[in-house]
Design a protein around this ligand. Structure first.
Ligand SMILES: C[S@@+](CC[C@H](N)C(=O)[O-])C[C@H]1O[C@@H](n2cnc3c(N)ncnc32)[C@H](O)[C@@H]1O
Length: 387
């Protein structure tokens, strides 16, 4: 098996942002035991909340806990927007816009704004300039709005974000009574799992979405949060939404059939040395970023159509490189199935199997369906559709 290099890395200005937000450079900040112990407290809080139906107590109002959230969670979470935005771009979503109205719901310490700014900067040479980036950041915690405003001030001050505006809005997604205006892109990162009944916000989201807009929902890759996201997906499809990605089918998600299944991405990242100090204090080794996501819209666009390939499939498990064979689960229009290639059948046509990773999108020709799986033979073509 050949390893593909880590595809995610923080932007080179991230340490400066961290320093501006916490008042201390990251390497010095993480050496303070108080920061690590606050991260550990938050970690325990999130894990307890993930297994409970009780609402999570608020955790961003204290400056120490907001700083800990920023240092550990915003740092890793901001990169989780990369694949959803990369895949959304394939539909021409960004190419056709010079103005972008973004609604960041549950903005926390500015995670989505950081991720979006880093993504737009990375694509600056190939995307038409967005002359107006209008962000509305909303949260039920006032402290979150203040952190996001400071992130925005840093990004505009450094010229990372071009012309545009930021509005902050106090909003409770459990009530959804506030009009936030029409938006092209709505981002909900790690907030759905904190809501009493996430599906209840779908109508409201639809009312705030521009005609060809998109909603990106990202959730932790934990079993309960992941399954809740799949239930939200099912409710959305019932309510007339289209799943743009990651799925290549609109009908029921096969992962909901069995209690222990859920579906998530897992991408290697370049973990900063200072981040490893926090990881160590937690007893974690976060070499990769795990998360589940959904990109939804109201106008019927799908990633499958954007790719223009017949029968695209998503790799929904790790690729297991066993002695003599490689196995993986794939999911497409017809559902999820196990797929296998004997190493003796490896060749030019199917060499992408050697580097196949979770959440890759592949196209296969001349596959061999068998009773319990699909065999990739020497004559089967396997091609990764998204580099
Ligand atoms: C886990 S944090 C996520 C922050 C950020 N989006 C991220 O991914 O790092 C969840 C955020 O959602 C906010 N939140 C929770 N319930 C909410 C609600 N009912 N209405 C609005 N915001 C809410 C919290 O205050 C917090 O800022």
């Amino acid at each position: 098996m050949k390893h593909r290099p880590a595809s995610l890395a923080l932007p080179d200005w991230y340490d400066d942002l961290f320093t501006a937000m916490l008042g201390t450079p990251p390497a010095r900040a993480v050496a303070a035991p108080a920061l690590a112990s606050e991260v550990a407290r938050l970690n325990a809080l999130f894990l307890t909340a993930a297994g409970s139906v009780d609402p999570i107590p608020s955790y961003l109002s204290g400056s120490a806990s907001a700083a800990a959230y920023f240092a550990y969670y915003a740092t890793a979470n901001c990169l989780k927007l990369t694949r959803p935005l990369d895949e959304l771009r394939l539909s021409g979503f960004f190419e056709t816009r010079t103005e972008l109205r973004v609604l960041d719901l549950g903005c926390g310490t500015g995670t989505a704004l950081i991720g979006l700014a880093a993504w737009l900067e990375r694509h600056r040479d190939t995307l038409p300039a967005i002359s107006g980036l209008h962000i509305t950041a909303a949260d039920k915690a006032n402290a979150a709005l203040a952190w996001t405003a400071n992130v925005h001030a840093f990004l505009t001050g450094r010229g990372i974000l071009g012309a545009g505006t930021l509005a902050t809005k106090h909003l409770d997604l459990n009530r959804q009574v506030v009009a936030a205006g029409e938006h092209d892109l709505m981002l909900l990162m790690n907030v759905a799992n904190e809501l009493a009944t996430p599906a209840r916000m779908l109508d409201w989201l639809a009312s705030q979405l521009a005609e060809r807009g998109a909603v990106v929902i990202i959730e932790p890759a934990l079993r309960l949060a992941g399954r809740a996201l799949l239930e939200l997906r099912a409710a959305a499809v019932d309510a007339g939404w289209t799943v743009y990605a990651p799925c290549f089918r609109q009908s029921d998600c096969p992962a909901l059939e069995r209690e222990n299944d859920w579906c998530h991405d897992d991408v290697l990242w370049t973990r900063p040395a200072w981040y490893a100090v926090l990881d160590e204090a937690l007893g974690n080794v976060k070499h990769s970023l795990k998360y589940s996501f959904l990109v939804l819209n109201r106008h019927g666009a799908t990633l499958g159509d954007a790719l223009g390939a017949s029968q695209p499939r998503r790799v929904v498990s790790d690729a297991l490189h066993e002695k003599g064979r490689t196995r993986a689960y794939l999911c497409g229009e017809t559902g999820r199935f196990s797929c296998m290639r004997n190493t003796r059948d490896a060749g030019d046509a199917n060499r992408d199997v050697d580097v196949m990773q979770r959440y890759d999108v592949v196209h296969m020709d001349h596959e061999h369906p068998r009773e319990h799986d699909v065999q990739i033979g020497a004559d089967t073509t396997v091609r990764r559709l998204i580099p």
